[in-house]
Design a protein around this ligand. Sequence first.
Ligand SMILES: Cc1cc2nc3c(=O)[nH]c(=O)nc-3n(C[C@H](O)[C@H](O)[C@H](O)COP(=O)(O)OP(=O)(O)OC[C@H]3O[C@@H](n4cnc5c(N)ncnc54)[C@H](O)[C@@H]3O)c2cc1C
Length: 388
Amino acid sequence: MTKPKVLIIGAGFTGVATAHDLALRGCDVTVVERGDICNGTSGRTHGLLHSGGRYAVKDKESAIECIDENTILRKIVPQVIEPNGGLFIAIDEGDLAYADQFIASCEECHISLHELTPQKALQLEPNINPNVLRALIIPDGTFDPLRLALAFAATARHNGAQFCMYTEVEGLLMDGKGSVIGLKTLDRASNSRHELYADVVVNATGAWAGQITGMAGLDAPVKPTPGIMVAYDQRFVQRAVNRLNVPGDGDIVLPQRRMVVVGTTSFDAENPDYIPVTEDQIKIMLDRGSDLIPAIRNAKPRGIYMATRPLVGGGSGRSIARTFKCYDHKESHGIDGFVTITGGKATTLRAMAEKTADMVCSKLGVSTPCVTKETLLLSYRQYYTNPN
Ligand SMILES: Cc1cc2nc3c(=O)[nH]c(=O)nc-3n(C[C@H](O)[C@H](O)[C@H](O)COP(=O)(O)OP(=O)(O)OC[C@H]3O[C@@H](n4cnc5c(N)ncnc54)[C@H](O)[C@@H]3O)c2cc1C
């Protein structure tokens, strides 16, 4: 029997996780990506495996998604995660005033939390601000972004998915009834143009999703929302250190390999390909980062980079919810064969893929259930050692 054919545009977290899910459900999957794995936002993410604590007060839907998926990812892909925990610290009266609301909200969202004395917090993390007034531990973690994506891609490939890298989508192929039936692509390695056909096309291009829906004459379902990160050349802390307050700029310091990375900002942008790194944003990272870890003030910057969140919903910057949305363009615009998934976070990649694959399978009449919650992922190395 021929398998139903699905083309996925984009090999970021969302595209590779969706390829993994659909390959397990028996679809013939091809991922089409204009660069390589993690060419877009996923390759420049901060790397916080969110417990949801950061969103618990204002965005409970995202907080619960995060704690649920954090627990699942620790089981299915432990090889790319440092389960090191997150420390929320209060260093002024404003932080102290926020603490009780934070604790109550974490409890409501089932995010486990325990309090340390300031002395104990300083014993665990001697480089945090010595004026710490209150310290709470929650189950944050850190992940290696490239390896996380590669582990999903390796497993998808093992189950038959194909990966067409350096292949840019230039247009959608439509039939006479206005349904999407494939893609017009440019192979950037050979500089040749091709047509690829499928039963369903999935637009998993993150902050670029509006450019792809634009090819079908549809409005952007996504708001590109960039942020800066600055890496410093010493691993000052072993846990993710967060400011115990309303989420703001530069209020998370994350250990990554032998560095710490301070992030981030959140503002609106038009074009995700051209996001300038500005001096004022670098200064915010330095000032706010050194409020949490004073030694950052004299540390050597190792890298400064921007990435663009693909957010959905109303508002702007930090007021936009961090949840995700999946669109069947037949329901919203009468265009069949075309699905867009956008929004969300790295931490929720598996759940985003499940929702998308459910939608694709229902369009294709495939009834195989999702098994990604229980499927252990292969080593990220196998993406390269086991090509199909
Ligand atoms: C500053 C910042 C910090 C963040 N920190 C965290 C964090 O700590 N923890 C967390 O959980 N989440 C974090 N996130 C969110 C997370 O990084 C994103 O939600 C996630 O990377 C989005 O993945 P994606 O696959 O949807 O998009 P992308 O990774 O951008 O993938 C889209 C892909 O589509 C490709 N593409 C675009 N156009 C075309 C085309 N025409 N043809 C072919 N391919 C195309 C691009 O090359 C790209 O590879 C952060 C985001 C930002 C911006």
